[in-house]
Design a protein around this ligand. Structure first.
Ligand code: BGC
Length: 758
């Protein structure tokens, strides 16, 4: 059966409840009154989103489309725009909508506000490494305050795509490989963006994206196919969407470019109409990704633009971003009876609903105040939050013989192009941050008046790189090598800063080899040959393969892209002013060949390790990652003890003690994992089900009490039904997924019944 036949079938059986309309909310009467006045063309306008001219975040339209776009915007019939930023421009466009259109329906203005608007916090993957949900929420909050001050009221964030693919460039934009951590972070970010009152002048709509499975791009190649089993879909991919929907009420969801098991996400009725809008009762807006409706033609899922429009709207994609297919075809599809107007009305209602919630019908200019724009951007307090977030995001990967913190009396050689780079720390998806405006590592050294001699070493890339252009990695210019080696030779201690520049990760920035880019590995080895006392500071928008460094260098600090106050945060960790507390949100592989490597894998029938050839392993590299999920060192040491479990009437209580056995105060992220030993489908060898970040003074012991409830102990079967089964469970606790202690508890049938009831 063709796709269109499937949809026709659905359409025939459609009832008023199939579209799951919300008819009782606070604005529904006003929405209906407005809808009753709208012509079909006006409705289609509300379902069309155009890009403005500040940023091109997808393929640019042809000249005639651009002209058509101008004309339609000026007539005021378009529902929303992206990439228009700043009160002056937003005001111009909003005036068109309010003054030139028949009904004066205000527009919404969206932008990719991912880790800050003007003040950059760390990239999302780095923030995830903090495991600090309050701080992550605060980071999203200041991003929303700044975005709203620039006239915006909608962000296309957070990206909640779980990904096991460090080759995929957009891994920088998510929370890593784990659905539990990803769920908590998704909730925190949505709450931060949306605040308590969407109609306030400093809150904006959040968008959970990309729905669904974009992070499972095969081989990490951008936009690639996602082929995943239903158990992976339900247990790994959907949970962060589900958690955000249940606990934080995001008002928008963006679908995805990719196919999921052969169906383009934008045309996927089971995902959007059945799961999201039906099963989960989502009554906000589903926006397509840039041109994703049109791209269903290239996928071979529809034959032409008209079919693309039909399939996308029927599947539940409400707003068309930059495909132009709704604009060109929806009216005639309704007139021919191929699309019931009820479907259009439902989509329009969603758009109007969020406009009411934003307060735009009370005041279309609510977000537009030039004075606020002056006051609320790049403030000292926002920069302080950026610094705090950056400090907490750094992960100390190795620290042999206490190479760190640096001791004051040593002669330090600071080496590396990235040590003076004021742009790389801003990372990709940097919204309206000014290029080259971050604090470099050298700036950080200067701010705390730390002595050093500096040498550039080697350029990471040729020239600057902008969003639209590829990065030209430097593979040939070794001019700075000799000087850097000589500088290292003279010093007691080398601080070598290496890694990726800002545009080496992000959309369209997949890499097949995720070692240190260009000649940096060669430089590292050359320096090591004359002075092995190296503290390696690594910047990156993804996990990198650092096996050589790990084998040869005493200390490694993972510094991601940490935003505006990067340099200071890094130096605070190097000097011990800040005791590092970050933990990895993804495994770091030993070798690219291990990818996908993730901690919550299944066991295989031959798990080993054994002294034989026939077990699940590689013959040239270990099975384990170089650094596991949840891992990160501190200058303090923590010891776990007294693990106990107790099955209560509606949960399992887990308690344990963590002691700071060192002479330094520090923070530890205590992590709780389980394994369901025998189940209806094979379950992972470990799954994170709880964590708490706590401050422990030197010598202090703290008891942690955590609960495993129904949500944590059950799982989704292949049909998407949540089940919780009796039997034995392992419970593990520790400071990483390589846990310290374990215990076992059993759930009886009676327990399950009482768990299920509550
Ligand atoms: C990205 C989206 C983004 C959109 C608008 C697309 O290329 O995939 O995540 O929100 O552009 O900029």
């Amino acid at each position: 059966m063709s796709n269109l036949a499937t949809f026709a079938n659905w359409l025939d059986n459609m009832t008023a409840t199939s579209i799951h309309a919300n008819t009782t909310g606070p604005y529904e009467t006003r929405i209906k009154a407005l809808l009753d006045k709208m012509t079909l063309a006006e409705k289609v306008g509300q379902l069309t989103q155009f890009s403005g001219f500040h940023d091109v975040t997808g393929p640019a339209p042809s000249d005639w489309r651009a002209a058509q776009k101008h004309h339609l915007l000026q007539s005021g019939v378009i529902g929303s725009m992206l990439n228009v930023v700043g009160t002056e421009d937003v005001l111009n466009y909003q005036k068109y909508a309010v003054e030139n259109s028949r009904l004066g329906i205000p527009m919404m203005f969206a932008y990719d506000v991912i880790h800050g608007q003007k003040t950059m916090c760390p990239i999302p993957l780095a923030e995830a490494a903090s495991w600090d949900l309050k701080l992550i929420e605060k980071s999203a909050r200041i991003a929303a305050i700044e975005a709203a001050a620039q006239g915006l009221n909608w962000t296309f964030a957070p990206m909640v795509d779980v990904s096991r693919e460090p080759r995929w460039g957009r891994v920088m934009e998510g929370a890593g490989e784990d659905p539990y951590l990803g769920s908590r972070i998704a909730e925190a970010r949505v709450k931060g963006f949306q605040g308590d009152d969407l109609s306030a002048d400093d809150t904006i709509l959040a968008t959970i994206k990309h729905f669904a499975a974009y992070g499972f791009a095969e081989a990490g190649k951008e936009y690639n196919t996602a082929e995943i089993g239903t158990t992976t879909l339900y247990n790994m991919v959907l949970p962060p969407f589900d958690a955000a929907l249940r606990n934080a009420n995001p008002r928008s969801v963006m679908n995805a470019f990719n196919t999921v098991n052969g169906i383009p996400a934008t045309g996927d009725m089971a995902l959007q109409r059945d799961w999201l809008k039906g099963n989960r009762g989502f009554d906000g807006v589903v926006v397509s990704d840039w041109g994703s409706a049109l791209e269903m033609i290239a996928h071979g899922f529809v034959a032409n633009e008209r079919e693309a429009a039909k399939v996308a709207i029927l599947a539940g994609s409400d707003v068309d971003m930059e495909s132009y297919v709704y604009l060109d075809h929806l009216e005639s599809l309704v007139e021919s009876g191929e699309v019931d107007e009820v479907i259009i009305d439902d989509a329009v209602r969603r758009v109007l609903r969020v406009k009411f919630e934003l307060g735009l019908f009370d005041d279309p200019y609510r977000y537009i105040d030039p004075a606020r724009e002056q006051e609320r951007l790049f403030t000292e307090s926002h920069l302080d939050t950026a610094l705090e977030m950056a400090r907490k995001s750094i992960v100390l990967l190795k620290n042999e013989h206490n190479a760190l913190p640096l001791s004051g009396d040593k002669k330090i050689a600071l080496i590396g192009a990235l040590a003076v780079d004021q742009d790389a720390p801003l990372g990709n998806w940097r919204a309206h941050a000014q290029a080259h405006s971050a604090m470099s590592v050298m700036d950080g050294f200067n701010e705390v008046e730390l002595d050093y001699i500096y040498s550039y070493g080697v350029a990471v890339q040729h020239g600057d790189s902008h969003f639209e252009h590829p990065v030209h990695v430097n593979y040939d210019n070794r001019d700075g090598f000799d000087e850097a080696v000589a500088t290292a030779q003279e010093a007691d201690q080398v601080v070598l800063v290496v890694g990726e520049t800002a545009r080496m990760s992000g959309e369209g920035r997949s890499r097949a080899d995720i070692g240190l880019p260009g000649l940096q590995q060669e430089l590292l080895e050359a320096i090591h040959a004359v002075n092995p006392k190296i503290v390696l500071v690594v910047m990156g928008g993804r996990p990198l393969v650092l096996s050589w460094a790990h084998a040869h260098v005493p200390a490694i600090v993972y510094a991601w892209h940490l935003g505006h106050r990067s340099g200071r945060a890094i130096v605070d960790v190097l000097t011990g002013e800040e005791n590092p507390s970050g933990k990895l949100p993804m495994n770091f592989p030993r070798s690219v060949g291990q990818i996908p490597i993730y901690y919550n894998h299944l066991n295989t029938g031959r798990p080993g390790p054994r002294n034989e050839v026939t077990w699940a392993h590689y013959s040239d590299v270990e099975n384990t990652p170089l650094f596991p999920f949840g891992y990160g060192l501190s200058y303090a040491w923590f010891e776990y003890s007294e693990l106990a479990t107790h099955v209560e009437s509606d949960h399992v209580a887990v308690s344990f003690v963590v002691k700071n056995t060192s002479h330094r105060d520090g923070e530890e992220v205590a992590q709780l994992y389980i394994r369901d030993r025998v189940a209806g489908i094979a379950r992972p060898v470990k799954e994170l089900k709880g964590f708490e970040k706590a401050h422990l003074s030197a010598g202090e012991s703290k008891r942690f009490d955590m609960k495993l409830g129904r949500d944590e102990l059950g799982y989704f079967n292949g049909q998407g039904t949540f089940v919780i089964e009796p039997g034995e469970f392992d419970v593990f606790v520790g400071g990483s997924s390589d846990t310290a202690l374990n215990a076992v508890f059993s759930l009886s049938k009676e327990h399950i019944t009482s768990f299920a009831v509550k």
